[in-house]
Ligand binder design. Sequence first.
Ligand code: ZN
Length: 341
Amino acid sequence: MPPLSELFPTVYGRGLIPELKSFVHRPYLVVTMDDLWPLFRDAFDDGVAGPLFVRTLERDELDRIVAELPACGSVVGLGGGQALDVAKYVAWARRLPLFQVPTALSVNAAWGHRAAVRVGGIVRYVAWAIPEAVYIDFDVIRGAPADLNRSGVGDILCYHTGHWDWRMARDRGRVEARWPYDERLVAEAEVALGRVVDHADEIRGVTDAGLRALGESLRWGGAAFHNAGWNPRHIEGAEHFVFYNLEYLTGKPFIHGQAVCLGVILMSALQENRAEWIRSVIDRIGVPWRPEQMGVTGGQVEQALRTLPAYVERAGLWYTVASDRPVTEEFIARMRAWLGY
Ligand SMILES: [Zn+2]
């Protein structure tokens, strides 16, 4: 069977950033974060149209920023998920070639066609960009906090809860007509999930082998939404809804995979779906999933659980365990005891 997926060109290596100035279209806009720019500025030359520092993901504000940009020939995304998503949005709005350089493997943003922006605080995946290439420099990635890289598994381990949600929706007759359950998509996702589980120790150690395994799984996952005809069912479920609601309620910025891993643990328990096992995988990799490690309280997490069905309804999200088994106070108390927050 041929692979179902067309994936973005991706290169693994070393010393990749100083090479960019030799081949990206000039002048080039570097979309990055202000704390990263001093670390990488010297790798670029006078072809820089200006660094664009990401300060917002709100679509209205991004449109205003795009309208005021200087003329440029290409866009370089340099940073974590937010920088890569804004780079994508700018490249799309200005119809420019895009080169993506993640500085951490914290999310699959480098490999997804659409940008995760916010409209009125609610996440929306909009725009379209296929990069010329994604450059994964082992030394650059290892320069990021280890926890950030380990957290990248969140966007892969979520298949565990996502697949349960899809099967449940099928069995209940609640699956969307345009997203009928597809065993082939689930099987492909299981390969990406298995690769991460099999490399848990290497990913914890942030070794080259661990980064390659994580990178290849994120590469598959990033393109999977488009490759499945904009079907998110095999790659995302209620665990992401927990994160979205937590972000909505607290207004705090989260490291995506940390909050998603917390969602995976909670929703796998609600699903009664090998919760102990997936928690042990997350702990073995070393993702800091505890509320206090994300700057929120256990009470805020519990509030996000209580209001989850209402959030899902309001945001127009699909049918998952979040809607099928509304969280009870008994479940909340059980989680508090099990997870100790
Ligand atoms: Zn995600």
